[in-house]
Design a protein around this ligand. Structure first.
Ligand SMILES: C=CC1=C(C)c2cc3[nH]c(cc4nc(cc5[nH]c(cc1n2)c(C)c5CCC(=O)O)C(CCC(=O)O)=C4C)c(C)c3C=C
Ligand SMILES: [Fe+2]
Ligand SMILES: [Fe+2]
Length: 359
């Protein structure tokens, strides 16, 4: 049979709404043996590395995969917790909290799950189990606030690739970005304000985003523009002047030019310009991970202090904060508007309330 059937389908099954949150993915363990297949899958994605396959294959398999896994394993080991990879356990917590929030409003008509673009739980496995639970309408929410082909479009590719193998595909809504969503900006602003309440302000608020090759921007990727818009809106919400914040780009990979200014160069230069205290926030990361905990929390702190800086603070990602879960819930609500299932569920919920049901 060419196309897969939906497992566990029965005619009496009621249609469910599915909410699938996704993130990038993480290795199974902080060892070079686990890093190799993870990096191979990640760096073989043509959305991530836009270099012709016949050139990239040799560089990746003969050079990078012989060097990088060992180096990255060391970095991962430094952030690994008893619960495993931070990205994995935070994403699990986000999923649980979002499921509880959705159940509050929609009861058991909604199925919430999470998947990782690379590694596990894989997008196709999770879609399979959601469809088996009767999901006929699916909202995919990649937890990347700023659209980027390397992340957002790559996630869409994985969902679409799964659908090409299925006989009966669900209705689909795919959230491509939420970089200027008022709830998201407010949640970020509240996180920074809470930090100020505890520690006071610094000379500069650095907003650091994951970088991409500059070539992707020149070829039309809106990512750079969306990062700057998030920064401007966050600065406005915090009442910061242009001299009190900056936007920088971190996590360079390879030799070509990436988006500038680079976070590491900035940290090395700021003390010499009289900026002796900084607070760093990473609005593009919805969950803390290697790139925030180690690269921003440790590595860049060292650069800043070694260059004469006096105070360096990293402000954590929104993670599973209740306000962040509410941001996700609102994105779900905005995206299910108009779906018949919504009307059924709301009607049923109102009816239950009117009858004084306690469930
Ligand atoms: C060509 C390389 C890369 C591009 C383009 C890229 C874009 C990009 N990545 C994220 C988010 C994350 N990246 C993470 C790790 C990571 N990223 C790259 C390379 C590119 N990323 C590598 C090789 C790695 C692995 C770690 C390492 O070896 O340095 C992570 C962390 C995952 C974790 O497990 O903690 C995240 C998150 C975004 C948002 C993005 C483009 C906008
Ligand atoms: Fe990355
Ligand atoms: Fe990094």
């Amino acid at each position: 049979m060419k196309y897969k059937s939906n497992a566990g389908f029965s005619h009496s099954q009621s249609d469910k709404l599915g909410v699938l949150i996704t993130n990038l993915g993480t290795p199974e363990s902080p060892t070079s043996g686990a890093l190799r297949p993870y990096l191979k899958q990640f760096l073989s994605d043509p959305r991530v590395v836009e270099v012709p396959k016949f050139i990239w294959w040799g560089i990746l398999n003969l050079v990078i995969l012989n060097i990088r896994p060992k180096r990255s394993a060391k970095a991962y080991a430094s952030v690994w917790t008893d619960d495993g990879s931070p990205l994995m356990h935070i994403t699990k917590a986000q999923c649980q909290a979002l499921a509880a929030r959705c159940a509050q409003t929609y009861g058991d008509d909604v199925v919430v799950d999470f998947a990782m673009r690379y590694g596990n739980p894989a997008v196709d496995d999770v879609i399979e189990r959601m469809l088996a639970k009767g999901v006929r309408k699916l909202i995919v929410l990649p937890l990347y606030p700023q659209y980027c082909a390397s992340t957002t479009a790559s996630t869409f590719d994985a969902v679409a690739a799964d659908f090409t193998k299925r006989r009966w595909i669900p209705e689909l809504r795919f959230v491509t970005h939420y970089h200027d969503d008022p709830g998201y900006i407010q949640a970020l602003a509240n996180k920074v304000r809470a930090h100020w309440d505890e520690r006071g302000k610094a000379d500069m608020l650095v907003m650091s985003y994951h970088g991409i090759p500059k070539r992707y921007l020149l070829n039309g990727d809106p990512y750079h523009c969306e990062c700057h818009k998030t920064s401007r809106l966050l600065a406005e919400a915090l009442g910061l002047q242009e001299t009190q914040y900056m936007t920088t780009f971190q996590s360079r990979f390879g030799r070509e030019e990436w988006l500038q200014p680079y976070t590491d160069f900035t940290m090395k230069a700021l003390p010499g310009k009289g900026v002796k205290s900084v607070q760093v926030v990473c609005p593009g990361f919805s969950a803390d991970c290697l790139e925030t905990i180690e690269e921003i929390g440790e590595e860049n702190r060292e650069y800043f202090m070694a260059a004469g800086g006096e105070r360096y603070e990293y402000i954590e990602a929104l993670n599973s904060d209740p306000e962040h879960i509410e941001v996700m819930f609102n994105l779900v609500e905005q995206n299910l508007s108009g779906w018949r299932i919504e009307k059924n569920m709301i009607t049923r919920q109102r009816l239950a309330q009117a009858l004084g049901a306690t469930e």
